[in-house]
Design a protein around this ligand. Structure first.
Ligand SMILES: Nc1nc2c(c(=O)[nH]1)N[C@H]1C(S)=C(S)[C@@H](COP(=O)(O)O)O[C@H]1N2
Ligand SMILES: [Mo]
Length: 327
Protein backbone atom coordinates (compact mmCIF):
# COMPACT_ATOMS: atom_id res chain seq x y z
CA UNK A 1 0.00 0.00 0.00
CA UNK A 2 1.21 3.49 -0.82
CA UNK A 3 1.55 5.60 2.30
CA UNK A 4 1.81 9.36 2.07
CA UNK A 5 2.60 11.89 4.78
CA UNK A 6 -0.22 14.40 5.46
CA UNK A 7 1.99 17.20 4.11
CA UNK A 8 2.12 15.45 0.70
CA UNK A 9 -1.63 15.43 0.34
CA UNK A 10 -3.07 18.39 -1.56
CA UNK A 11 -5.88 20.10 0.32
CA UNK A 12 -8.36 19.09 -2.37
CA UNK A 13 -7.93 15.47 -1.27
CA UNK A 14 -8.46 16.18 2.41
CA UNK A 15 -11.98 15.31 3.37
CA UNK A 16 -13.80 17.63 5.70
CA UNK A 17 -14.75 16.06 8.99
CA UNK A 18 -18.49 16.11 8.34
CA UNK A 19 -18.24 14.37 4.98
CA UNK A 20 -15.79 11.90 6.53
CA UNK A 21 -18.35 11.01 9.20
CA UNK A 22 -21.10 10.69 6.60
CA UNK A 23 -18.93 8.41 4.54
CA UNK A 24 -18.27 6.22 7.56
CA UNK A 25 -21.97 6.00 8.19
CA UNK A 26 -22.63 4.97 4.58
CA UNK A 27 -19.82 2.42 4.66
CA UNK A 28 -21.24 0.99 7.86
CA UNK A 29 -24.61 0.56 6.15
CA UNK A 30 -22.96 -0.98 3.10
CA UNK A 31 -21.14 -3.49 5.31
CA UNK A 32 -24.36 -4.38 7.12
CA UNK A 33 -26.14 -4.86 3.81
CA UNK A 34 -23.30 -6.92 2.42
CA UNK A 35 -23.49 -9.07 5.53
CA UNK A 36 -27.19 -9.64 5.14
CA UNK A 37 -26.89 -10.58 1.48
CA UNK A 38 -23.67 -12.52 1.57
CA UNK A 39 -23.66 -16.20 0.78
CA UNK A 40 -22.86 -17.55 4.27
CA UNK A 41 -19.11 -17.27 3.60
CA UNK A 42 -18.22 -18.77 6.97
CA UNK A 43 -20.23 -21.95 6.40
CA UNK A 44 -18.49 -24.64 4.40
CA UNK A 45 -20.62 -26.82 2.15
CA UNK A 46 -20.18 -29.65 4.64
CA UNK A 47 -21.53 -27.67 7.58
CA UNK A 48 -24.80 -26.47 6.07
CA UNK A 49 -27.47 -29.17 5.88
CA UNK A 50 -31.04 -29.02 4.67
CA UNK A 51 -33.44 -28.96 7.60
CA UNK A 52 -35.48 -32.00 6.44
CA UNK A 53 -35.03 -35.70 7.25
CA UNK A 54 -31.65 -37.36 6.61
CA UNK A 55 -31.51 -40.04 3.88
CA UNK A 56 -29.58 -43.29 3.49
CA UNK A 57 -27.75 -43.30 0.15
CA UNK A 58 -24.53 -44.29 -1.56
CA UNK A 59 -22.14 -41.41 -1.95
CA UNK A 60 -20.87 -40.25 -5.33
CA UNK A 61 -17.14 -40.46 -5.92
CA UNK A 62 -14.54 -40.64 -8.67
CA UNK A 63 -15.50 -44.32 -9.17
CA UNK A 64 -19.16 -43.51 -9.91
CA UNK A 65 -20.75 -44.20 -13.31
CA UNK A 66 -19.56 -41.82 -16.07
CA UNK A 67 -21.17 -38.41 -15.67
CA UNK A 68 -22.52 -39.12 -12.19
CA UNK A 69 -19.66 -37.35 -10.46
CA UNK A 70 -17.67 -34.17 -10.96
CA UNK A 71 -14.93 -32.81 -8.75
CA UNK A 72 -15.93 -29.20 -9.45
CA UNK A 73 -16.66 -27.41 -6.17
CA UNK A 74 -20.19 -27.93 -4.86
CA UNK A 75 -22.45 -24.89 -4.79
CA UNK A 76 -23.18 -24.05 -1.14
CA UNK A 77 -26.60 -25.09 0.10
CA UNK A 78 -27.40 -21.46 0.85
CA UNK A 79 -27.26 -20.56 -2.86
CA UNK A 80 -29.07 -23.73 -3.96
CA UNK A 81 -31.94 -22.85 -1.64
CA UNK A 82 -32.08 -19.06 -2.07
CA UNK A 83 -31.65 -18.63 -5.81
CA UNK A 84 -34.47 -20.67 -7.33
CA UNK A 85 -36.89 -20.81 -10.19
CA UNK A 86 -40.21 -22.20 -8.99
CA UNK A 87 -42.84 -19.94 -10.47
CA UNK A 88 -45.58 -21.58 -8.42
CA UNK A 89 -44.21 -19.43 -5.60
CA UNK A 90 -43.48 -16.27 -7.53
CA UNK A 91 -41.24 -14.91 -10.27
CA UNK A 92 -38.28 -13.76 -8.17
CA UNK A 93 -35.29 -15.94 -7.26
CA UNK A 94 -35.94 -15.40 -3.55
CA UNK A 95 -39.68 -16.14 -3.66
CA UNK A 96 -39.43 -19.95 -3.41
CA UNK A 97 -37.27 -19.72 -0.25
CA UNK A 98 -39.81 -17.39 1.25
CA UNK A 99 -43.06 -19.07 0.25
CA UNK A 100 -42.47 -22.75 -0.60
CA UNK A 101 -42.84 -23.67 3.08
CA UNK A 102 -46.61 -23.51 2.49
CA UNK A 103 -46.47 -26.57 0.23
CA UNK A 104 -47.58 -29.79 1.91
CA UNK A 105 -45.30 -32.64 0.80
CA UNK A 106 -46.69 -35.38 3.05
CA UNK A 107 -48.59 -37.49 2.16
CA UNK A 108 -47.55 -37.48 -1.52
CA UNK A 109 -48.43 -39.72 -4.37
CA UNK A 110 -47.53 -39.98 -8.03
CA UNK A 111 -49.98 -41.17 -10.66
CA UNK A 112 -48.40 -43.16 -13.49
CA UNK A 113 -50.70 -43.64 -16.44
CA UNK A 114 -51.09 -43.92 -20.19
CA UNK A 115 -49.06 -46.40 -22.20
CA UNK A 116 -47.93 -48.64 -19.33
CA UNK A 117 -49.00 -52.13 -18.32
CA UNK A 118 -49.25 -51.25 -14.65
CA UNK A 119 -50.83 -47.83 -14.32
CA UNK A 120 -51.74 -46.61 -10.86
CA UNK A 121 -51.41 -44.05 -8.14
CA UNK A 122 -48.37 -44.85 -6.04
CA UNK A 123 -47.55 -43.30 -2.70
CA UNK A 124 -44.05 -41.87 -2.42
CA UNK A 125 -43.27 -44.73 -0.02
CA UNK A 126 -44.36 -47.24 -2.73
CA UNK A 127 -42.17 -45.49 -5.28
CA UNK A 128 -39.17 -45.63 -2.96
CA UNK A 129 -39.73 -49.22 -1.79
CA UNK A 130 -36.72 -51.33 -2.76
CA UNK A 131 -35.14 -48.40 -4.58
CA UNK A 132 -31.47 -47.75 -3.77
CA UNK A 133 -30.80 -44.06 -3.41
CA UNK A 134 -27.55 -42.75 -4.78
CA UNK A 135 -25.84 -39.40 -4.89
CA UNK A 136 -25.16 -37.80 -8.27
CA UNK A 137 -23.08 -34.65 -8.48
CA UNK A 138 -24.60 -32.87 -11.48
CA UNK A 139 -24.35 -29.40 -12.92
CA UNK A 140 -27.67 -27.57 -13.30
CA UNK A 141 -27.53 -25.01 -16.13
CA UNK A 142 -30.39 -22.54 -16.29
CA UNK A 143 -31.36 -21.04 -19.65
CA UNK A 144 -30.77 -17.67 -17.94
CA UNK A 145 -27.04 -18.52 -18.02
CA UNK A 146 -26.30 -19.28 -14.39
CA UNK A 147 -25.29 -22.69 -13.15
CA UNK A 148 -24.69 -24.65 -9.96
CA UNK A 149 -23.11 -27.96 -8.95
CA UNK A 150 -25.53 -29.91 -6.78
CA UNK A 151 -25.14 -33.18 -4.84
CA UNK A 152 -28.53 -34.66 -5.77
CA UNK A 153 -29.82 -37.85 -4.16
CA UNK A 154 -32.22 -40.01 -6.12
CA UNK A 155 -32.63 -42.93 -8.49
CA UNK A 156 -32.72 -43.24 -12.27
CA UNK A 157 -36.18 -42.55 -13.72
CA UNK A 158 -35.68 -45.71 -15.82
CA UNK A 159 -35.97 -47.85 -12.68
CA UNK A 160 -39.46 -46.53 -11.98
CA UNK A 161 -40.57 -46.76 -15.62
CA UNK A 162 -39.32 -50.35 -15.90
CA UNK A 163 -41.53 -51.29 -12.95
CA UNK A 164 -44.70 -50.04 -14.64
CA UNK A 165 -43.72 -51.58 -18.02
CA UNK A 166 -44.10 -49.06 -20.84
CA UNK A 167 -45.90 -50.39 -23.91
CA UNK A 168 -44.47 -49.96 -27.42
CA UNK A 169 -46.75 -46.92 -27.90
CA UNK A 170 -45.08 -45.11 -25.00
CA UNK A 171 -42.87 -42.86 -27.14
CA UNK A 172 -42.86 -39.82 -24.84
CA UNK A 173 -43.12 -39.16 -21.12
CA UNK A 174 -45.21 -36.23 -19.85
CA UNK A 175 -44.72 -34.83 -16.34
CA UNK A 176 -47.03 -32.64 -14.27
CA UNK A 177 -46.36 -30.58 -11.14
CA UNK A 178 -48.76 -30.28 -8.22
CA UNK A 179 -51.67 -27.90 -8.73
CA UNK A 180 -52.63 -26.44 -5.35
CA UNK A 181 -53.35 -22.71 -5.51
CA UNK A 182 -54.12 -22.61 -1.78
CA UNK A 183 -50.53 -23.72 -1.11
CA UNK A 184 -48.80 -22.14 -4.09
CA UNK A 185 -49.31 -18.42 -4.14
CA UNK A 186 -47.96 -18.04 -7.69
CA UNK A 187 -50.84 -20.19 -8.96
CA UNK A 188 -53.27 -17.69 -7.46
CA UNK A 189 -51.77 -14.68 -9.20
CA UNK A 190 -53.35 -13.41 -12.35
CA UNK A 191 -50.20 -12.63 -14.35
CA UNK A 192 -51.31 -15.40 -16.71
CA UNK A 193 -47.75 -16.25 -17.74
CA UNK A 194 -47.89 -19.97 -17.03
CA UNK A 195 -50.99 -22.02 -17.68
CA UNK A 196 -50.98 -24.10 -14.44
CA UNK A 197 -50.04 -26.78 -13.66
CA UNK A 198 -46.44 -26.67 -14.89
CA UNK A 199 -45.79 -29.46 -17.39
CA UNK A 200 -42.70 -30.93 -19.05
CA UNK A 201 -41.81 -33.83 -21.28
CA UNK A 202 -39.05 -36.11 -22.52
CA UNK A 203 -38.65 -38.55 -25.37
CA UNK A 204 -38.70 -42.12 -24.03
CA UNK A 205 -35.00 -42.73 -24.78
CA UNK A 206 -34.11 -39.53 -22.89
CA UNK A 207 -36.31 -40.64 -20.00
CA UNK A 208 -34.67 -44.09 -19.93
CA UNK A 209 -31.12 -42.69 -20.09
CA UNK A 210 -29.11 -43.68 -16.99
CA UNK A 211 -28.24 -40.03 -16.21
CA UNK A 212 -31.92 -39.00 -15.97
CA UNK A 213 -32.65 -38.84 -12.27
CA UNK A 214 -35.69 -38.58 -10.07
CA UNK A 215 -34.31 -36.71 -7.12
CA UNK A 216 -35.69 -36.85 -3.59
CA UNK A 217 -32.85 -35.16 -1.76
CA UNK A 218 -29.61 -33.19 -1.73
CA UNK A 219 -26.74 -32.69 0.68
CA UNK A 220 -27.72 -35.90 2.47
CA UNK A 221 -31.29 -34.86 3.31
CA UNK A 222 -34.73 -34.76 1.70
CA UNK A 223 -35.20 -31.95 -0.82
CA UNK A 224 -35.95 -28.50 0.54
CA UNK A 225 -39.43 -27.48 -0.70
CA UNK A 226 -38.07 -24.71 -2.92
CA UNK A 227 -35.97 -27.26 -4.84
CA UNK A 228 -38.96 -29.38 -5.79
CA UNK A 229 -39.81 -31.56 -2.79
CA UNK A 230 -40.63 -34.32 -2.41
CA UNK A 231 -39.69 -35.59 -5.89
CA UNK A 232 -38.34 -33.75 -8.94
CA UNK A 233 -36.71 -34.56 -12.22
CA UNK A 234 -33.05 -33.79 -12.96
CA UNK A 235 -31.90 -34.00 -16.59
CA UNK A 236 -28.34 -32.73 -16.38
CA UNK A 237 -27.68 -32.14 -20.11
CA UNK A 238 -30.75 -29.95 -20.61
CA UNK A 239 -31.57 -26.42 -19.50
CA UNK A 240 -32.92 -26.28 -15.95
CA UNK A 241 -36.55 -25.74 -16.90
CA UNK A 242 -36.81 -29.35 -18.13
CA UNK A 243 -36.12 -30.48 -14.55
CA UNK A 244 -39.72 -30.25 -13.36
CA UNK A 245 -40.36 -30.01 -9.63
CA UNK A 246 -42.86 -31.53 -7.19
CA UNK A 247 -44.16 -34.15 -9.64
CA UNK A 248 -47.62 -35.67 -9.17
CA UNK A 249 -48.22 -37.26 -12.58
CA UNK A 250 -46.16 -39.18 -15.12
CA UNK A 251 -47.89 -40.17 -18.35
CA UNK A 252 -46.50 -42.28 -21.17
CA UNK A 253 -47.97 -41.44 -24.53
CA UNK A 254 -47.53 -41.63 -28.27
CA UNK A 255 -47.62 -37.87 -28.99
CA UNK A 256 -45.09 -35.16 -28.07
CA UNK A 257 -46.29 -33.68 -24.76
CA UNK A 258 -46.70 -29.91 -24.29
CA UNK A 259 -44.12 -28.13 -22.12
CA UNK A 260 -44.84 -24.98 -20.11
CA UNK A 261 -42.05 -22.78 -21.48
CA UNK A 262 -42.60 -23.91 -25.04
CA UNK A 263 -46.25 -22.89 -24.70
CA UNK A 264 -45.26 -19.44 -23.43
CA UNK A 265 -42.58 -18.69 -26.03
CA UNK A 266 -42.10 -21.43 -28.65
CA UNK A 267 -39.40 -19.47 -30.50
CA UNK A 268 -37.33 -19.23 -27.28
CA UNK A 269 -37.86 -22.63 -25.66
CA UNK A 270 -38.01 -25.78 -27.76
CA UNK A 271 -38.99 -29.28 -26.75
CA UNK A 272 -35.40 -30.54 -26.58
CA UNK A 273 -33.69 -27.66 -24.80
CA UNK A 274 -30.31 -29.35 -24.79
CA UNK A 275 -27.58 -27.12 -23.37
CA UNK A 276 -25.73 -25.81 -26.41
CA UNK A 277 -23.24 -22.91 -26.40
CA UNK A 278 -23.56 -22.64 -30.21
CA UNK A 279 -27.31 -22.02 -30.21
CA UNK A 280 -28.10 -18.68 -28.60
CA UNK A 281 -31.33 -17.91 -26.86
CA UNK A 282 -33.01 -15.30 -29.13
CA UNK A 283 -32.42 -12.62 -26.48
CA UNK A 284 -28.98 -13.56 -25.15
CA UNK A 285 -25.89 -15.67 -25.76
CA UNK A 286 -25.50 -19.15 -24.30
CA UNK A 287 -21.70 -19.25 -24.75
CA UNK A 288 -20.88 -18.49 -21.12
CA UNK A 289 -22.44 -19.13 -17.74
CA UNK A 290 -22.19 -17.63 -14.29
CA UNK A 291 -21.31 -20.39 -11.80
CA UNK A 292 -22.93 -19.65 -8.45
CA UNK A 293 -21.95 -18.31 -6.04
CA UNK A 294 -20.97 -15.31 -8.10
CA UNK A 295 -20.89 -11.62 -7.31
CA UNK A 296 -20.24 -8.32 -8.97
CA UNK A 297 -16.57 -8.51 -7.99
CA UNK A 298 -16.20 -12.24 -8.62
CA UNK A 299 -18.55 -13.01 -11.49
CA UNK A 300 -17.20 -16.55 -11.86
CA UNK A 301 -17.94 -16.70 -15.57
CA UNK A 302 -17.02 -19.95 -17.32
CA UNK A 303 -17.60 -21.27 -20.85
CA UNK A 304 -20.71 -23.40 -21.31
CA UNK A 305 -20.15 -26.88 -22.68
CA UNK A 306 -22.19 -28.76 -25.27
CA UNK A 307 -24.81 -30.88 -23.48
CA UNK A 308 -23.65 -29.18 -20.27
CA UNK A 309 -20.51 -31.34 -20.35
CA UNK A 310 -22.40 -34.65 -20.73
CA UNK A 311 -21.79 -35.03 -24.50
CA UNK A 312 -19.86 -38.31 -24.10
CA UNK A 313 -22.91 -39.84 -22.42
CA UNK A 314 -25.80 -38.35 -24.40
CA UNK A 315 -24.70 -36.99 -27.82
CA UNK A 316 -25.61 -40.34 -29.45
CA UNK A 317 -29.29 -39.75 -28.56
CA UNK A 318 -29.33 -36.91 -31.10
CA UNK A 319 -27.10 -38.21 -33.88
CA UNK A 320 -28.34 -37.02 -37.25
CA UNK A 321 -30.55 -34.32 -35.71
CA UNK A 322 -30.01 -30.66 -36.55
CA UNK A 323 -29.58 -29.20 -33.06
CA UNK A 324 -30.30 -25.67 -34.33
CA UNK A 325 -33.64 -26.72 -35.66
CA UNK A 326 -34.48 -29.00 -32.72
CA UNK A 327 -33.46 -26.63 -29.92
N1 LIG B 1 -42.83 -26.91 -11.30
C1 LIG B 1 -41.78 -26.18 -11.68
N2 LIG B 1 -40.62 -26.79 -11.97
C2 LIG B 1 -39.54 -26.05 -12.34
C3 LIG B 1 -39.64 -24.64 -12.47
C4 LIG B 1 -40.87 -24.02 -12.14
O1 LIG B 1 -41.03 -22.79 -12.21
N3 LIG B 1 -41.92 -24.82 -11.74
N4 LIG B 1 -38.53 -23.92 -12.90
C5 LIG B 1 -37.53 -24.64 -13.69
C6 LIG B 1 -36.33 -23.86 -13.93
S1 LIG B 1 -36.45 -22.60 -15.08
C7 LIG B 1 -35.12 -24.16 -13.36
S2 LIG B 1 -33.70 -23.36 -13.80
C8 LIG B 1 -35.02 -25.21 -12.30
C9 LIG B 1 -34.39 -24.59 -11.06
O2 LIG B 1 -34.19 -25.56 -10.06
P1 LIG B 1 -33.63 -25.07 -8.64
O3 LIG B 1 -34.47 -23.93 -8.18
O4 LIG B 1 -33.75 -26.28 -7.75
O5 LIG B 1 -32.22 -24.65 -8.84
O6 LIG B 1 -36.30 -25.74 -11.94
C10 LIG B 1 -37.16 -25.98 -13.04
N5 LIG B 1 -38.35 -26.68 -12.60
MO1 LIG C 1 -34.20 -22.10 -15.70
Amino acid sequence: MLIRKPSDIPSSEITSESSYLRRRELMGKAILLAGACSIAPHLSAEEAKPSGKALAYTKAGPGSAPGAFTDEPLTPLKDITHYNNFFEFGPNKGDPAEYAGAMKTEPWSVTIEGEVEKPGTYTLEDVLKGMTLEERIYRLRCVEAWSMVIPWIGFPLSRLLERVRPTSRGKYVAFTTLYAPEQMRGQRSSTGLIDWPYVEGLRIDEAMHPLTLLSVGMYGHVLPNQDGAPIRLVVPWKYGFKSIKSIVRIRLQEQVPPTSWNRIAPNEYGFYSNVNPQVDHPRWSQKMERRLPSSLFNPNRIPTKLFNGYADQVASLYSGMDLRRYY
